[in-house]
Design a protein around this ligand. Structure first.
Ligand SMILES: Cc1ncc(COP(=O)(O)O)c(C=O)c1O
Length: 398
C-alpha cells in the first residue's frame, strides 16, 4: 500500500530540512562541522546534574517519576516567572507555562492560532523550525528581508498594506538564528506600532537572549508591549542543556489555556525529572555564574571565527558581527550558490548550513550561509575556517 497518498495536507508538502541531510554526512570521520546549532557540550553541568538527579530520585522519586501537571512543575514555573519579571521582560501579573523546548511553545501557539491560509510574516532568513511549524499549519508565509538592525520595517508595512490576511509576525529579536543580528530598539518599537495599526500578533522567540558577550542589552519586544500582542518564547536549551527539553512561553491567559489543552494531546506535560533537575540546579548554584562562563567561551570562539574569516576569506565575502548567540551569517557576492560551495566544502570535510535552509522559497539559489561557532573547538575553528577560505577562493575564482 502507498501510505504517502494518505498523508494529511498539513504534512505532505513538508520536506526534510537540508540541515538534517547535512547531519547525515557529519558522521563522516574527521569532519569539522559548523552546521549544528547546539551548545558546547563541554559546558553542560554534568557533575552537578548527576548529583542532583541522584538526590531527587532518592528523596523525591515519587514526584519525579509520577505524572505532572501540564502547566509545568510549579517551583520551576514560579522561578522562571520571577526571573523574567526581574529582567523586566514580564510584568508581575503575566503568566508563564513550561513547555518541552521553545520549539513546542511555537507549535502549541501556532496550533491554537493559525487557520489554513492565515498570513505569517517571517524574517528572511529565519529559523527552519519556525518556518516548518507555520508550514505544517498551512499558513501563507511571507518573507521580509533582514537589515543590519532587524527586519526591514518599510518592506513590512508595504506587505501589510497589500495583504489583509496577516495574523502574526515571527521574530527572533536577539542574536537571530541564523544571522546573529539583534533588532534595534527603534525597530522593536516600530513592530509594535505596526502590530497595533494592522492588528497582528507578534511571536518573539528569544532562546539566545541570555548569551550576550558584547554590546548593550536591548529591551525585549515583550517588555515594551502594553496590549498583550506579544507571545514570548524562551528556552533552557542554550543556557542549560537542550536534551532536557525545557522551554517556556508567556502570553495572555486565554491563549495559554488553549495551548495547555493542545499540550495535553501532545505530551501531557514536560518531563518532570528534567524540570526538577533544572529547578534544583538554578536554586542550588548560581545560574548567572554559569551563564557568564557560557558568554565568555562563546564570545572567544566567535571572535576567533571572525578573525580567521577576515584573514582567510575573499574580501568580497561578508559576515555579520554578532554580539551574542551561536551563529554568524556570511554572504558571497550575488551569483554564487552556497549549496554548490557546500558540496565543495564537504569534499574537504568542512560543513555549514547553506542559506537556502533558512528561506521561505527553499528552491531558489542563495549566496548566503550560516556558521555556528559554539560546538567546534578553537583548533577546529582555525583549521575549518582556513580550509573554507581555500575552498571559497577556488570556487569564486579569486
Ligand atoms: C530561533 C530558535 N527558536 C527555537 C529553538 C528551539 O529550541 P528548543 O526547542 O531546544 O528550546 C531554536 C533551536 O535551535 C532556535 O534556534
Amino acid at each position: 500500500m502507498d501510505i504517502t497518498s494518505k498523508l494529511s495536507d498539513k504534512v505532505k508538502h513538508l520536506e526534510a530540512s537540508s540541515i538534517r541531510e547535512i547531519f547525515k554526512l557529519l558522521a563522516k570521520p574527521g569532519i569539522i562541522s559548523f552546521a549544528g546549532g547546539a551548545p558546547d557540550p563541554n559546558l553542560f553541568p554534568k557533575k552537578e546534574f548527576a548529583e542532583i538527579a541522584k538526590e531527587i530520585l532518592e528523596n523525591e522519586g515519587n514526584t519525579a517519576l509520577q505524572y505532572g501537571i501540564t502547566e509545568g512543575y510549579a517551583p520551576l514555573r514560579e522561578w522562571t516567572k520571577e526571573r523574567l519579571v526581574s529582567q523586566g521582560i514580564l510584568d508581575a501579573d503575566d503568566d508563564v507555562i513550561i513547555v518541552s523546548g521553545g520549539q513546542q511553545g511555537i507549535d502549541l501557539a501556532s496550533k491554537s492560532l493559525i487557520n489554513p491560509g492565515d498570513g505569517v510574516v517571517c524574517e528572511e532568513p529565519s529559523f527552519i523550525g519556525g518556518l516548518n511549524c507555520f508550514r505544517s499549519y498551512n499558513a501563507q508565509l511571507f518573507g521580509v528581508p533582514m537589515e543590519d538592525d532587524g527586519i526591514d520595517t518599510d518592506a513590512l508595512e508595504n506587505l501589510l498594506k497589500e495583504h489583509s490576511n496577516i495574523k502574526l509576525l515571527y521574530t527572533i529579536s536577539t542574536f537571530q538564528n541564523p544571522s546573529g543580528i539583534t533588532s534595534s530598539l527603534e525597530k522593536r518599537k516600530k513592530l509594535l506600532e505596526l502590530a497595533e495599526k494592522y492588528d497582528f500578533l507578534i511571536y518573539e522567540d528569544n532562546p539566545y537572549g541570555e548569551l550576550r558577550f558584547s554590546g548593550e542589552e536591548v529591551p525585549t519586544i515583550k517588555s515594551l508591549d502594553k496590549s498583550g500582542r506579544v507571545i514570548y518564547f524562551g528556552s533552557f536549551s542554550k543556557i542549560l542543556a537542550p536534551g532536557m527539553r525545557l522551554g517556556f512561553t508567556s502570553a495572555k491567559a486565554e491563549l495559554l489555556e488553549r495551548m495547555i489543552i493542545c499540550k495535553q494531546t501532545q505530551d501531557v506535560h514536560t518531563n518532570v525529572l528534567s524540570q526538577m533537575i533544572a529547578y534544583k540546579f538554578v536554586t542550588k548554584y548560581s545560574i548567572d555564574e554559569h551563564i557568564a562562563k557560557l558568554r565568555q567561551v562563546y564570545g572567544k570562539k566567535c571572535k576567533l571565527m571572525m578573525e580567521t574569516m577576515d584573514k582567510c576569506f575573499p574580501e568580497s565575502v561578508k559576515h555579520t558581527c554578532p554580539q551574542g548567540g551561536l551563529f554568524l551569517y556570511c554572504t558571497m557576492p550575488d551569483g554564487f550558490d552556497s549549496k554548490e560551495f557546500m558540496k565543495k566544502a564537504l569534499e574537504k570535510n568542512v560543513a555549514f548550513v547553506p542559506g537556502t535552509s533558512c528561506m521561505i522559497d527553499d528552491k531558489a539559489t542563495y549566496s548566503t550561509f550560516r556558521m555556528n561557532y559554539s560546538t567546534a573547538s578553537e583548533e577546529e575553528i582555525v583549521k575549518g575556517v582556513t580550509l573554507l577560505g581555500e575552498v571559497l577562493h577556488d570556487y569564486m575564482g579569486v
